[in-house]
Design a binder for this molecule. Structure first.
Ligand code: URA
Length: 215
C-alpha cells in the first residue's frame, strides 16, 4: 500500500475487520459466493462510516420506565446510486443497514481503448435533489466512471454527494478529487497503481466478473 497524502475529503476505512475481509476477497481462489458475501459484509461496515456525520435530533419517547428525550436520525434522506454493474455488490449490503434509502442506477462501461466512461443507462429518483446521494462503485480505478457518475447525479440537482469504493488506485482518487472536490470519498484501501489495462494493482481483478461469476 502507498502512503496516502492527508486529504480530509478521503476517508480510509482501515478497520481490521474490513482489511481482513478485503484480503480474502483479493485472493484469486476466493469463490463467487465468498466474494459476493464478503462484499456485502464490507458494504455494511462502510455504510456505518459513511453515515457517521448524519445529524440526529432529540425526540420524546416513552420507555416502560419513563418518558425521555432520545436521539433519532435527522437531516437529508438518503439515495444510494449504484454504478452498474459492480456497484450492485455494494448496494445490497448498504441497503441492509440503510433500508429506507431510495436507489438510483447509473450504467457506465469503460471503452477498452480510451478507458473513458460511456453511459448506457440512467435512472434516478425524482427527488434526488433533496437527498444525500451515496454513489457506489467497488473499484475506483482511472476515476473516469466515478467522475461521470457523480456528474450525472449533480445534473439531476443533487448538491450533497459522497462516493464509496472498496478499493482505489491513487490515480482514481486524484481524478475524482480534482473533478469533484466537494465529494468525500470513502474507501477501504488505496493500492499501488493501475496497470496498462486500467486494472488496480495488486487489486482483486475484475470486480463485476468476480461478483457475478461471469468469467
Ligand atoms: N474495474 C475492476 O473491476 N477492476 C479493476 O482493477 C479496475 C476496474
Amino acid at each position: 500500500m502507498t502512503d496516502v497524502p492527508k486529504d480530509p475529503g478521503v476517508i480510509l476505512v482501515d478497520h481490521p475487520l474490513v482489511q481482513h475481509k478485503l484480503t480474502i476477497m483479493r485472493k484469486k481462489e476466493t469463490s463467487t459466493l465468498g466474494f459476493r458475501r464478503l462484499l456485502g459484509e464490507i458494504a455494511m461496515l462502510l455504510a456505518y462510516e459513511v453515515v457517521r456525520d448524519v445529524p440526529t435530533e432529540l425526540v420524546e419517547i416513552e420507555t416502560p420506565i419513563k418518558t425521555c428525550l432520545m436521539p433519532q436520525l435527522a437531516g437529508k434522506k438518503l439515495c444510494l446510486v449504484s454504478v452498474l454493474r459492480a456497484g450492485d455488490g455494494l448496494l445490497s449490503g448498504m441497503l441492509d443497514i440503510l433500508p429506507a434509502a431510495r436507489v438510483g442506477h447509473v450504467g457506465l462501461y469503460r471503452d477498452p481503448k480510451t478507458l473513458q466512461a460511456v453511459e448506457y443507462f440512467l435512472k434516478l429518483p425524482r427527488d434526488i435533489a433533496e437527498r444525500q446521494a451515496i454513489v457506489l462503485d467497488p473499484m475506483l480505478a482511472t476515476g473516469n466512471s466515478a467522475v461521470a457518475a457523480v456528474a450525472k447525479v449533480k445534473q439531476a440537482g443533487c448538491t450533497s454527494i459522497k462516493f464509496v469504493s472498496l478499493l482505489s488506485a491513487p490515480e482514481g482518487v486524484a481524478t475524482l478529487r480534482r473533478a469533484h472536490p466537494d465529494v468525500t470519498l470513502y474507501t477501504a484501501a488505496i493500492d499501488e497503481c493501475l496497470n496498462d489495462h486500467g486494472y488496480i494493482v495488486p487489486g482483486l481483478g475484475d470486480a463485476g466478473d468476480r461478483l457475478f461469476g461471469t468469467k
